[in-house]
Write a protein that binds this ligand. Sequence first.
Ligand code: G6P
Length: 368
Amino acid sequence: MLVDKGNHKHFMAKEIHEQPEVVGHTLAHYIDMVHERVALPSEMPFDWKKLKRLSISACGTAFYAGLVAKYWFERFAKLPVEIDIASEFRYRDAPLEEGDLAIFISQSGETADTLASLRYAKEHKLHVLSVVNVPTSTIARDSDVVMPTLAGPEIGVASTKAFTCQLAVLACLAIAAGRARGELSEADEQKLVHALIEVPRLMTQALTLEPQIEKLAVELSKTRDVLYLGRGTSFPIALEGALKLKEISYIHAEGYAAGELKHGPIALIDEKMPVIVIAPHDRVFDKTVSNMQEVAARGGRIILVTDPKGSQESTIDSAHTLTLPEMASTVTPLVYAVPVQLMAYHTAAVIGTDVDQPRNLAKSVTVE
Ligand code: G6P
C-alpha cells in the first residue's frame, strides 16, 4: 500500500491528525454504537470470571498503553493485573498459573522481546491475547485471540495513532471483562461506552490547541531537560510524553508519578526546568495541585495540561496552560495523549531533527 504525507510535513504530523478518524474506526469495530455496548468481534476461549490474574507485556509506547489498561482492568473488572516490560517478563520467574490470561500489545506485531514473552506465556499454558496493528504479523499468528487496532499503516518511528487505538481496544476489553465478571452493571457499561464514543470529537478539539503548542515548542526547544508529571492514568501519559520528546527531539525528558516528585526529581527543579503537568480535573486533581505547588515554590516553569475546571481551580501560576474540553475521566488518557504528542512533534520540528526517522531508533525492533 502506498502511503503519503498528504498536506503534512512529516508522517508523524499526519498520523497525529488522523487520530479522530482511526480511533473512531477502531471503536466502531468493538462497540455496538446503537445500544452503546461493547460488542467484541471474537469469542474468548476462556471465562473472564475464572481468571485470577492478568499479565500484560509490551515494549515502548505499547507498554504505556498497557499501563493505562492496568488501571482500567483493576477498576472495571476487579481483575489483578501484573504488567511488565516484555524484555523483563520472561526472565523474572513470575509465578504463572495455567489458564490465566496474558495480553501482549504491539503496533508491528514483530517486536522480538514481546514475541519471546508471548511464547514464554504459551509454554506456561496461559491464554494469549494480542492487541496488534498488523494482523498478519507473527505475534498475531501466534496468539489465541487477536484484537486488531485499526490505525492503518504507521510510518513515523515514534508511535502515535497506534497508541491511542491500543487504548481504545483495551478500554473496550476492560469494560467487557467488567461486565462478564459482574463488576459493571448495564448502566455502568453504557456510561463508559458513551464516553468512549465521544473520544474522536474530543480529539478533534484537542488538535485545535496546535497553534498554542507551536509557540510553546519554541521555548521547549531551548531547554536541556523536561519533567512530565501525572497521577493515575495520567501517569502513563506523562511517561509517554517524556518518551516522545526524547525520541524525536533528543532533549532529555523524564516522566514521573506526581506523588513521587518529592522522592528525587524535585532536586532537579530550577527556573530553567519546564515541568509539564498532565492534570485533568479528576479525583486525584487536588493531589497533583499540591505537587505543582512544590514545583512552583522552587521556581520551576509549569506547563499545565488540564480542562476548564482544572484551570479555574488550580491556584498555581503556570507559565502556560493548555485547556482541553471537559470529559469523563476514563477517556482522558486517549485525549490528553494528543497535546503531549504535538508538544514533542513541534519541539523536534523547531530543532530540525529527522522526526520520522530519529537517530538510532527503528520502527520495529526484531532483536532482543
Ligand atoms: C520501537 C518503536 C516504538 C515502539 C516500540 C514497540 O522502539 O520505536 O515506537 O513503541 O518499538 O513496538 P511495537 O511494534 O511492539 O509496538
